[in-house]
Write a protein that binds this ligand. Structure first.
Ligand code: PRP
Length: 177
């Protein structure tokens, strides 16, 4: 049961909302007249994307992709595959990848290279969170919401083995007893 796992709140729903508003203001400033394509990386980014686009509130397209990076549990498998690719043509389009977390950076590094082959006019990365303590590949995050400590985090779409995506806050797992 989820209630048996001890969690501590790292960022409240209000703090997350403030970060999303700030990111939306930055993205709006840069993309307002560009009809960008936002590519959300499933599954973790679904809550963030939903809040972000309603703050943006200007013409844009949305695509979804799904990659596999983690096996079961909390360690990155480091063996990235495209499980579901985008459906639209992004050649010549301004593309913004929307992620929930950059952990080792391996997923984003792989996916940005994958998208670059599709020849977008520009390609940038927005991530709600970054965990710099775990970096294996340096990734330039063009729009970053929150920096998280070296703890496993859940909530606001982010899971631990498919659990806790529903939490409104971003929490750290303190005790897995
Ligand atoms: C998470 C997250 C990123 C990736 C980051 O996805 O959404 O895509 O891990 O990790 P990395 O920087 O170490 O590569 P996950 O594989 O957990 O899938 P999910 O979004 O479906 O939960």
């Amino acid at each position: 049961m989820d209630s048996e796992v001890k969690l501590s709140v790292l960022f409240t729903a209000e703090q997350i909302a403030a970060a999303v508003k700030r990111l939306a203001a930055e993205i709006r400033r840069d993309y307002l007249d560009k009809n960008p394509v936002l590519i959300a990386v499933l599954k973790g980014s679904f809550v963030f994307l939903a809040d972000l686009v309603r703050e943006l509130n200007f013409p844009l397209n949305i695509e979804f992709a799904q990659l596999s990076s983690y096996g079961h549990g909390k360690e990155s498998a480091g063996n990235i595959k495209v499980v579901k690719d985008i459906q639209g043509d992004i050649r010549g389009r301004h593309v913004l990848v929307v992620e929930d977390i950059i952990d080792t950076g391996l997923t984003a590094d792989f996916f940005l290279k994958h998208l670059k082959q599709k020849q977008p006019a520009s390609l940038k990365l927005c991530s709600l969170t970054d965990k710099p303590s775990r970096t294996q590949v340096e990734i330039n995050i063009d729009y970053l919401g929150l920096t998280v400590p070296d703890k496993f985090i859940v909530g606001y779409g982010i899971d631990w083995d498919e659990r806790f995506r529903y939490l409104p806050d971003i929490c750290a797992i303190e005790d897995e007893a």
